[in-house]
Design a protein around this ligand. Structure first.
Ligand code: ATP
Ligand code: MG
Length: 707
């Protein structure tokens, strides 16, 4: 048996990587450094662990960190991998690794060699909101959105998703127009706006998320210089959750791998859950066809879960026809039975979950961070949030809208950036229309063109807008206003030495609060939004006061708002929190206690399995839903609760609910049924008295006039 040569690495004087903590198959995967390798194995078998250990081992062998690329499915998963690596190899080496998602790799490559992509140096990356905005305006220009009364409005999400699928399969706007590709009216509409949407992106000198992968693939395919450059940079490629890669991601990998073929991928076909977004499970199942030299390693043992959980998972997934046959063999022993919990109604289900979590925390001393509540659709989280709030239990929502995602906070941050990092074109674009100044995509396109022609920033182009020909009078006025606003704020900043004070004045000058209320309506929610803005401004002030120098490192500080969104303040110790997550975003993670709520027909599996709607880009697929449930079950280490309700209120009507077919598929004895129907039942009378109490509480909070 070969053990790591610990002295070889300059990075790692105090290595804590120990190959003896791996089983023989895992060890084989770690030690196989060259050539293509596929690790195909079930949930909890240590695939991700193999990747982190393999990176540590490679560093110990003296392989330079910046030649190793490790890709994970989400930023959160990548962060976790980095944290684990820091412990094993030290902070410096972990920082030098190219570790992130396909998108972050693409962004890095594009920033470094923007000219290869015919992009300006400071191109913007559009977020989903921007993509919707561009699509909406392309639809409007084509006369198909928001038209006369009675005209059909199309779901923007479904349209952008179709365009995204085409882009990832390298189908051009011209090809998409081919009627042979159109299976529904939605395809036709999407095809009509795909071209104009791309034109708008180009005019803005911007890219969307899909471009971060597809355009990389295209450049690697078509530009031999670029290909040679990147192949020379990245020598070792590793991918976690490989079953969910799509075609363009595969192309990026295969171009980069080149003839060296140092490509190491791990995944589980039973956990392929992104088919609806264009992922191709054939990438993993056909890996040894693409790379005939590939070593295929299977891991059989499950280290994560207790036997009752693995039994449940095995019984479920065996029902799928399209899969590699494999079972999870638990390494752990004992464990409590899996519980199926049935409540009389939806409210009863949420209450039971809330009480159970409180008991776990207070009576069994389980840390909130060891508990997760998983669900099929994000709207199911509301009821759980409410019950956790009632019990005063801290929680976080994975992949959901978190604090700094709120539009108004992003707007304020954009103002701040315009002032302290004025070359940040993306921030300028955002701030320009807060509040709306009539500066549309066409005007921005002209500004970008002008800025590129003179090699200046977008903000400087705004200041020189008088010299730009062909602008509409309204847009010209808007630009003049904005330019004046920024210049005045810069002047104030010089006088007061405070950027935050200058931003406060800007917000006042544009009557930000008034506009915000106009957009979102007045009332308690608006007050809360304003309180959040105050919170943000105060934390910016704290940073400003704390920095010793006259020019604080604002760009580093502000970038943290994008990256570390779940912490409200840098000084805060992270508070242990219960995790709420969709089944999709729970992939790859694990918790000792897991609740999967809403195990009912129409929820899990999703109702579109039985009645595919036209606006769904891809009709539901029962096997994919089963895999999704399997992903959820296999997140649990010690205890698993599958909860459901007998009735639920939908659009004001109380409807009967049937238990999920996935529960009914489990053989008797795999789950213990626990009926909390009566225990949590709530009578009509009690509902009325609760409602009265709530209204009374609300009334007490409304100030009387004159107060
Ligand atoms: P998933 O398919 O859900 O992504 P995975 O195959 O990536 O799972 P890991 O997350 O790497 O599995 O490992 C699951 C758990 O088992 C982790 O807690 C890990 O530390 C533990 N584990 C893996 N291999 C071993 C081992 N050889 N000895 C002890 N514990 C192990
Ligand atoms: Mg994993």
């Amino acid at each position: 048996m070969m053990l790591a040569a610990r002295s070889a690495s300059p990075y790692n004087p105090a290595a804590r990587m120990d190959l003896r903590t791996l089983n023989p198959d895992q060890r084989r995967a770690v030690l196989q450094i060259d050539g293509p390798v596929l690790v195909l194995a079930g949930a909890g078998s240590g695939k991700t662990r193999v990747i982190t250990h393999r990176i540590a081992y490679m560093l110990e062998q003296g392989i330079p960190a910046d030649t190793i690329v490790a890709l994970s499915f989400t930023n959160k998963a990548a962060d976790e991998m980095r944290e684990r690596l820091e412990k094993m190899v030290g902070k410096q080496a972990a920082e030098e690794l190219v570790l992130g998602t396909f998108h972050s790799l693409g962004a890095r490559m594009m920033r470094e060699r923007y000219a290869d992509f015919e992009l300006p140096p400071r191109f913007s990356i559009l977020d989903q909101g921007d993509v919707y905005g561009l699509t909406r305006s392309a639809l409007r220009d084509a006369g198909i959105y928001g038209g006369r009364d009675g005209e059909r409005r199309y779901d923007l999400g479904a349209i952008t998703q179709r365009i995204s699928l085409w882009k990832n399969e390298f189908i051009t706007p011209e090809q998409a127009l081919d009627p042979a590709r159109h299976e529904s009216e939605y395809d036709e509409v999407a095809a009509m706006v795909y071209g104009p949407y791309e034109d708008r992106l180009k005019a803005l000198g911007a890219v969307d998320f899909d471009d971060l992968v597809c355009r990389i693939a295209t450049v690697l395919r078509d530009d031999p210089d670029a290909l040679a450059y990147w192949r020379n940079r990245f020598h070792y490629l590793m991918v976690d959750e490989y079953q969910d890669t799509n075609q363009s991601q595969f192309e990026v990998l295969s171009h980069l791998a080149g003839t060296r073929e140092n490509l190491f991928v791990v995944g589980d076909d039973d956990q392929a859950i992104y088919g609806w977004r264009g992922a191709k499970v054939t990438n993993i199942l056909g890996f040894d066809l693409y790379f005939p030299e590939a070593q295929v390693i299977k891991l059989e043992q499950n280290y994560r879960s207790c036997p009752p959980v693995t039994t449940c998972a095995n019984h479920l997934i065996v029902r799928n026809q399209k899969r590699h046959d494999k079972v999870l063999r638990p390494q752990r022993i004992g464990g409590e039975p899996v519980r199926e919990v049935v409540a009389a109604d939806g409210a009863g289900e949420a209450r039971w979950v809330g009480r159970k979590i409180r008991n776990l925390i207070t009576e069994e001393r389980i840390s909130p961070r060891d508990i997760a509540v998983l669900y099929r659709s994000s709207k199911q989280a509301r009821a759980i949030e409410e019950t956790l709030q009632e019990h005063g239990i801290e929680y976080q929502i994975l992949g959901g809208q978190t604090f700094y995602d709120q539009k108004q906070l992003k707007d304020v941050l954009a103002y701040m950036r315009v002032l302290v990092t004025p070359r940040d074109d993306q921030a300028v674009r955002r701030a320009l229309n807060v509040p709306s100044r009539g500066v549309g995509a066409k005007t921005i396109g002209k500004l970008v063109e002008y800025a590129n022609a003179y090699g200046i920033s977008l903000l400087d182009a705004v200041h020189r807008s008088e010299d730009i020909p062909g602008l509409q009078p309204r847009a010209r006025r808007g630009l003049r206003d904005f330019s004046g606003l920024v210049r005045r704020a810069q002047g104030r900043r010089r006088v007061t030495h405070s950027a935050v004070a200058a931003v406060r004045e800007m917000l006042e000058a544009v009557q930000f609060r008034k506009h915000m209320t106009k957009e979102t309506g007045a009332g308690k929610a608006a007050n809360q939004r304003w309180a959040n803005i105050e919170f943000l401004l105060r934390s910016l002030e704290r940073f400003e006061n704390r920095s010793q120098s006259a020019s604080p490192r604002w760009s580093d500080f502000l970038n943290r708002f994008d990256l570390k969104r779940d912490k409200q303040d840098d000084n805060d110790e992270p508070v242990p929190k219960v995790t709420l997550a969709t089944l999709h975003s729970s992939k790859g993670l694990e918790w000792p206690m897991v609740f999967i709520i809403g195990c009912e027909e129409g929820v899990m599996p999703h109702k579109r399995v039985d009645s595919p709607r036209m606006s769904d880009a891809i009709a539901g697929d029962e096997e994919e839903e089963r895999r999704l449930f399997y992903v959820g079950i296999t997140r649990a280490r010690d205890r698993l609760f599958l909860t459901r309700a007998r009735t639920r209120i939908e659009r004001g009507r109380q409807l009967e609910r049937r238990s999920s077919r996935f529960l009914r598929e489990l053989p008797e004895g795999t789950c213990t049924l626990y009926d909390v129907g009566q225990e949590e039942a709530i009578s009509g009378e009690r509902i009325q008295s609760l409602a009265d109490a709530f209204l009374a509480k609300l009334a007490a909070q409304i100030p009387t006039p004159g107060q």
